[in-house]
Structures are given as C-alpha cells and as structure tokens.
Design a protein around this ligand. Sequence first.
Ligand code: HEC
Length: 169
Amino acid sequence: MKKILFGVVVGICLPLLAGYLFVVSGGMPVATKGPPLPLEKFLAHKALAAAIGTEASKPSPLPADEPNLLAGAHVYQAQCAVCHGHLGQTESAIAAGMFPHPPQLLPPKKGVTDDDVGETYWKVKNGIRLTGMPGYGSCLSDNEMWQVSLLLLHADKLPDSAVAVLRKP
Ligand code: HEC
C-alpha cells in the first residue's frame, strides 16, 4: 500500500517539478518571435470552441443591409484595422510584431467569411485571452458588435460605400 502511495506521489510531483524547471530555466518562449509550443494551437482552438459552444449559432438580430455594413466598416476602421489590416494595404508593424499573429480579415484574405456570425460576435464581445484580441463588450454597443461581425461575414461582397470607408488609410 505504501509503495503504491509513494508511486502516486512521485508520479504527480515529477511532472510538476519538470514543468517548473522548464519554466525557470528559460525553456518557455515568452518573446513574440518563435514557433508555438507543441500542441499549443490545438489546445487553444479546442478551448475557444468549447467556450463559444452553442453561442456560435446565434443569428444576428440585425440584417446585413447597406446601413449596417457601412456602420460596421466605421467600427472596423476605428477599432480593428490596426491589427486585422486596412483594405489593399500591407500589414501594420503592430500586427507583424504580435504573437499569435492577428489574421488579416479583409480580401484578398478569406478572413472569417466562412465562420458563423455568432462566433465572430462572441469573439468581438469577449475577446480571446492571452492573444492580444481585445474584448469589446464594455466599450462597443451590441449593435456595433453585430455590425462589425456582419461586415466581416460579408467582407468579400460589400457595397461600394463600405469598401470606400475600408480603403481609407
Ligand atoms: C491589438 C490587436 C487586435 C485588435 C485591435 C483586434 N484584434 Fe481581433 N484578433 C487579434 C489577434 C491576435 C487574434 C488571433 C487570436 C488567436 O490566434 O486565437 C484575433 C482574432 C480575431 C478573430 C478570430 C479570427 C479567426 O480566424 O478565427 C476575429 C473574428 C477578430 N479578431 C475580430 C476583431 C474585430 C472585429 C476587432 C475590432 C472590433 C478586432 N478583432 C480587434 C488581435 C486584435
């Protein structure tokens, strides 16, 4: 019985000690340059998908008409373009220096045009911890968050008025 208990304690403590030594010896990457840790992306995506859950299928309470897409373009320019890119321009220095890298969300990139609008809304509202993606739930109105989510869903087929706003530097 004692032997089993000893085995269990060692089995728990050794991995914890190894993890601690890995961190304090500088093994853990903390700079933005460099590859992700093994399984880091996989686990982060699984955790995010689990947190969003059924909220992803929430439909937009607003229609994807021109006034809403235009309003979404203004929100995007003011709040998102610095990281996710201006239309027709190269990535900003801020975006290039971040880890994880903020995906460019406007054409010619596919962005999130194939994600559910409810999923994008969730990310805009809550943010994604430890990535640099801010949560806007306390500074944008619900309408503004849906409008920018609709804009990103329809990023490949926007009215000219919204495209003109997104082209501004
Ligand atoms: C300071 C930089 C920054 C700003 C500003 C920012 N984001 Fe992000 N965003 C990120 C990063 C970094 C990620 C990648 C997170 C990850 O890898 O999980 C991200 C991820 C996302 C995603 C998920 C993309 C995907 O492929 O699944 C969406 C959608 C998004 N952001 C929308 C927005 C919107 C809309 C705004 C403005 C209201 C915004 N972001 C503002 C940094 C930013």
